[in-house]
Design a protein around this ligand. Structure first.
Ligand SMILES: [Zn+2]
Length: 141
């Protein structure tokens, strides 16, 4: 299983700084993505402020991950260290998890309750994987 995770990262540039190790998944702060600092990432459905570009992180060397769930729906999810506009819903489970060793719960918009993604956790480590199509960039919160 660990080899599967490692293979996905081959060919990517590795940075040794501020990297954390959690059960086969690597998390680090990431600031190089297109969204601008000082902007806000909002719910596309209702405009509620969800998080900010400063909260973007990479997991296994990638910010954006593309996954297909057992129902055959494909998602592009972006990883964020926190998302104050989300509520976490449901009991954490490891079933069909997309990140080895991390359990997931649903993440919903705290205002309109639309499904925005998932909250992943293992011990004290956690992050949000948010569906990029459900988010929008905004200059105002
Ligand atoms: Zn919303």
């Amino acid at each position: 299983m660990l080899n599967t995770v490692l293979q996905k990262t081959q060919g990517c540039v590795l940075k040794s700084s501020d990297k954390k190790q959690i059960t086969g998944v690597r998390i680090k702060t990431e600031k190089k993505f297109g969204l601008k600092e000082g902007h806000f990432i909002v719910c596309r459905n209702c405009g509620n402020t969800i998080t900010t570009p400063e909260r973007m992180i990479s997991v296994n060397e990638q910010h954006i991950h593309t996954f297909t769930n057992p129902a055959g729906i494909t998602y592009d999810i972006g990883c964020f260290s926190s998302a104050s506009g989300c509520i976490v819903y449901g009991q954490p489970t490891l079933e069909h998890t997309w990140f080895e060793g991390l359990s997931w719960s649903l993440s919903l918009c705290s205002h309109c309750l639309v499904h925005l993604g998932w909250f992943y956790q293992s011990g004290n480590e956690n992050f949000f994987g948010l569906i990029m199509d459900q988010l929008a960039d905004s200059t105002t919160p």
